[in-house]
Design a protein around this ligand. Structure first.
Ligand SMILES: [Cu+2]
Length: 72
């Protein structure tokens, strides 16, 4: 399952790494790609990993999630 999160608040590559680590720490996440330019995170995860948990991880890391899109 793939989820795309639109993230606000990332300003540099350090933020990108911060968000990536936060997402990868969520149970069930296989990989996470974060783009500073697009303000987007593309997360590949098992069905068991909830989108809410992904959002919460980003918010806890100090950024804002504007919207999310999920597809299989
Ligand atoms: Cu930064």
């Amino acid at each position: 399952m793939k989820t795309i999160l639109n993230i606000e608040g990332m300003t540099c590559e350090h933020c990108v790494k911060h968000v990536m680590q936060a997402l990868k720490a969520v149970n069930g996440v296989k990989s996470a790609k974060v783009s500073l330019k697009d303000k987007k995170a593309t997360v590949d995860h098992k069905d068991g990993a909830s989108v809410e948990a992904l959002k919460a991880a980003v918010i806890t890391a100090g950024y804002e999630v504007l919207q999310q899109d999920s597809s299989c």
